[in-house]
Design a protein around this ligand. Sequence first.
Ligand SMILES: [Zn+2]
Ligand SMILES: [Zn+2]
Length: 267
Amino acid sequence: MYTDSHCHPDNKRFDSDRPDVFARAQAADVTTMLAIGNGDGPGTGTFDCAIKLAAQYEGVYATVGIHPHEAALAKPTDFDELSRLSKHPKVIAWGEIGLDYYYDHSPRDVQQRVFIQQMELAGAAKLPLVIHCRPSDNSIDGWDDTLRLVREHWFSTALGGVMHCFTGNVEQAKTSLDLGFIVSFAGNITYPKAQNIRDAAAIVPLDHIFIETDSPYLAPIPHRGKRNEPAFVTEVARQIGELRGISAEQIGQQTSQNFRRFFRITD
Ligand SMILES: [Zn+2]
Ligand SMILES: [Zn+2]
């Protein structure tokens, strides 16, 4: 059994064969998925994209939120809409939200403000966060700001969250754990240059790890360069299993258990 803790099945790259993508996930024993509800961003009426899929497919859960790329487009009405949608029973987290200093699609001060605003809304909705953190090249600026803002604006809620597609170092992983976060690893853990990610994955306690695809992005080896999909989360499990000296199946089992425990899923 495997759980893909972060995917974008609403993405238009799945428009041609979405039912087949879900069928292949089932066939690969990927029984649970968290669909990320950023949609096409503010003003596009698509914040419910993940909710729609969660309503349609068993084992699929949803988030809502504004991605840091689109922070500059956020208006007060968007926050109202997100709060309204967050009450849907299959919405189990707020995200992905955070800071992206690599692309800088929105000014950094705006990214920070929209991140803080959404932490306030998530706290009111009593939902944990899914955080996206990407620093600029050869820098830890994004990590410093993300971890500081979480400490100042989120830690006291005790709701925790997920550091999705973790690309930081051992120290940043430890700080994330101290802040009550789960560390989620994606397909880039299989890339030759990603030794820092493997080092972090080797020290995070097994009961605080999630695995994800972030599909359609970041396909793991041997699918690198192609469209990613939830079925490929097994390759992430295989890599972490190798690091920890246990089977991919055991990683799948443990991370599925972690997911259900963290999000209090009982059905
Ligand atoms: Zn992300
Ligand atoms: Zn994502």
